[in-house]
Write a protein that binds this ligand. Structure first.
Ligand SMILES: [Zn+2]
Ligand SMILES: [Zn+2]
Length: 86
């Protein structure tokens, strides 16, 4: 699993969601809460956050099996946001 750590930027992100907004400004939407992100990179990136990576496994399998609702090219992944709030 890929890990996203704090990046170099002057903003103080309050959590995984604001961090991702900054790290992936092209994201169409970010849903949920948690430090595990299911990201579909197809077309406009869409991101769902989960508290537990096990909870992300099922939706990942679903979009892998049935496309993600966009012009899908199969680029879906779960990443861990190793984020420390300031
Ligand atoms: Zn930032
Ligand atoms: Zn897709």
């Amino acid at each position: 699993m890929k890990i996203y750590r704090n990046h170099k930027c002057s903003k103080r992100h309050k959590g995984a969601r604001t961090f991702l907004r900054c790290a992936i400004p092209t994201a169409a939407w970010i849903h949920g809460t948690g430090n595990y992100a299911l990201i579909a990179w197809c077309n406009m990136p869409t991101i769902s956050l989960y508290q537990d990576p096990a909870d992300a496994a099922q939706p990942l399998a679903a979009i892998n099996g049935g496309a993600c609702g966009q012009r899908c090219n199969g680029r879906h992944e779960i990443v861990h946001i190793d984020f420390e709030a300031p």
